[in-house]
Design a protein around this ligand. Sequence first.
Ligand code: MF3
Ligand code: CO
Length: 249
Amino acid sequence: MIKLKTVEEINKIRESCSLLAETHEALGKLIQEGITTKELDTFAYNYIINHGGKPAFLDYMGYPATLCTSINDVIIHGIPGKEKLKNGDIVSLDLGINLKGFFSDSAVTHIVGQGTAEDEQLVKVTKECLYFGIEQAKAGNRIHDISRAVYRHAKKYGYGVVKDFCGHGVGFAPHEAPQIPNYVGAGPNPRIKEGMVLAIEPMINAGTDDVKILPDGWTVKTLDKKKSAHWEHTVAIFRDHTEILTISH
Ligand code: MF3
Ligand code: CO
C-alpha cells in the first residue's frame, strides 16, 4: 500500500531531508585521498546524532553502518571499513536519516582527486538520469515514466542499468511502496499522486548490468568489474509541482 503524506508530514520529512543534505555537504568536504570509509562513516554518525537525528540504515535489516560507501565496481551497499580512498576512485555515499520518526534517503557519487574522462562521464550521466527521472515524477504520470526516463538516458551512452535494485517510497520508513525500477518491466505501474514521497535512485554501470553480491551479504558489485555510479534524491509530489527535498533549505 502506498502511504500518502499530508503537507504537515511532508514538512517533517523535509526537515529530515535538509539534515541529510547538510550531512552530505559536510561529508563532501572530507573526500580526499587517504581518508578511510570508516572515518567518513563515523563523521556521518556523529553529525546526525549531534543534530538530533538517527542513522536510518544502521541496524536496518542488520546493516552494520550509517553510510553505504561504494567504491568503483561496488554498485551499492559497500560497508565502511579500513579501505582508504585513492586518487581517481569514484565513491558513492548513500545515507538515510530518521529525524523524529521521519525518514529521508539520498546518495551522491564523488570522484576522488582527478578522475578519468570516462569516469567523469559515468558520474555526470548518472546524475542526469536522476534529474530526468525527477522531471517525470509528477502528479498524473505513472511510476514507469520515471523508469523510462532514467533508462533511456543511460542507454544513449550504452551503460548498464541495474535491474536488481530499485528506488522506493520513503518518509514513514526507510523503504515503502511503490518500487521505482530504473527500467520499464512488467511490475506494477501505479499512478503518481499528490502526497507521495519518493526516493529515486539510478544505479548505472559503465559495462554490464549484471551484479554479484559478496559473501558479507551486502556488498553489490558489477559482474564485469567495471565502475558504477549512484545518485539519489527524496522528492515530494504536490498537485502542481514536485519538490526535491534532499537539498539544503
Ligand atoms: N539507501 C539504500 C536504498 O536506497 C538502502 C541502504 S542500505 C540498508 O534503498 F541497510 F538500508 F538496506
Ligand atoms: Co534509497
